[in-house]
Design a protein around this ligand. Structure first.
Ligand code: MRU
Length: 353
């Protein structure tokens, strides 16, 4: 079974509603930029790369219908601004907006409105393909790096949140590494955390693992230290919402405590992310804006209250793992780098933000 989180053909976009998984498979039509904004904000689609891809594809759908009339550049600018404001921590939508705007402005010098729309649509459609290709490279680099530490053995990986087909255009980042290990016949077992409060691990990673026949075991977040001690974890591999210049990494809340625990147990800790998730304009993780989500996401599950009414709630959606704890490396489509090597490796390859 192939999981298809995003269904796109010219002029039409549907997303798999991740709020209904794993029990219902329902595709929702995205007809406009505002539909995409609301779907992203409500987490019907989530995961840093998928947010950018769905946001941009929604713009392509509107442009295909002639949006922007004689002034498509203004329409594109306003749309991208709206989309970028949906969720603040992941950098991918902001980066795509910057690059797309630059492309649109350059094209507007020599093309009429119709030609400009066509060119921007093509740029956006290529994003889908680029993301899948980059993920396959990440999978391959990550698997080889992990296996180089254990030349003959099968490996056991612990991951957090969801970083698979549902969070990207396909294949996945950290889960892509796991897929590659499985394809090589070297994955003994994947442990995935439940990922409270939103349960991306239990609902989405577990769903992908079952769908693909990966040998996988679900644990609650609070079982991670015990699992590392008792279950022979070879490496922890997680995704990223924003990797900054010194290698500090913002990712789903709970990542930081996994990195500390991995260090305690001498287990290599890897971040797997495309270069589009890197932001060299920020020097350290202190500068990353962390999204705080509504209290109800913690105090209830599927509308059923689970916390004492009236209790105060703090619900930060992400945390920052300091680069010193990323001991395995940062796996990108360009190779695996230590946090201290990242800036030099990416300089000149990324558009300034
Ligand atoms: O709040 P979410 O579900 O959008 O958070 C997702 C994560 O933190 C992922 O680990 C990250 O975006 C990487 S997705 C390839």
């Amino acid at each position: 079974m192939t999981l298809e989180a995003i269904r796109y053909r010219s002029g039409s976009l549907q997303i798999l509603d991740q709020l209904l998984l794993p029990h219902q498979t329902v595709y929702t039509e995205i007809r406009s930029v505002d539909d995409a904004y609301r779907a992203i904000k409500a987490m019907k689609v989530r995961g840093a790369p998928a947010i950018a891809i769905v946001g941009c594809l929604s713009l392509a759908v509107e442009l295909r219908a002639g949006a922007g009339g004689d002034d498509p550049v203004t329409f594109i600018r306003e749309s991208l601004c709206h989309l970028t404001s949906a969720r603040p921590t992941a950098v991918n939508m902001g980066r795509a907006a910057r690059e797309l705007m630059e492309h649109a402005e350059n094209e507007s010098m020599e093309k009429n409105s119709e030609q400009l729309r066509e060119s921007v649509i093509t740029w956006i459609e290529e994003m889908l393909e680029r993301d899948v290709n980059d993920n396959k490279k990440i999978g391959n680099y990550g698997a080889q790096h992990i296996l180089s530490g254990v030349p003959r053995d099968s490996v056991t990986i612990l991951t957090h949140c969801n970083t698979g087909s549902l969070a990207t255009a396909g294949y996945g980042t950290a889960l892509g590494v796991v897929r590659s290990l499985h394809a090589l016949g070297r994955l003994k077992r994947l442990y995935c955390t439940e990922t409270r409060p939103y349960n991306q691990g239990a609902r989405l990673t577990a769903y992908e693992a079952v769908a693909e026949g990966l040998p996988a075991t679900l644990i609650t977040d609070s079982m991670a230290a015990l699992t590392m001690r008792e279950r022979g974890i070879t490496a922890v591999v997680v995704g990223a919402d924003r990797v900054v210049a010194n290698g500090d990494t913002a990712n789903k809340v709970g990542t930081y405590q996994l990195a500390i625990t991995a260090k305690h147990h001498g287990i290599p800790f890897y971040v797997a992310a495309p270069s589009t998730s890197c932001d060299l304009s920020l020097e350290s993780g202190r500068d990353v804006v962390i999204e705080v989500r509504p209290p109800e996401e913690m105090t209830s599950i599927n509308g059923v209250a689970i916390a004492a009414p009236g209790i105060d709630v703090w619900n930060p959606s992400f945390d920052v793992t300091p680069h010193q704890l990323i001991t395995g490396g940062i796996i990108t489509e360009l190779g695996v780098f230590l946090p201290s090597e990242l800036q030099a490796a990416l300089t000149g390859r990324l558009t300034a933000l």
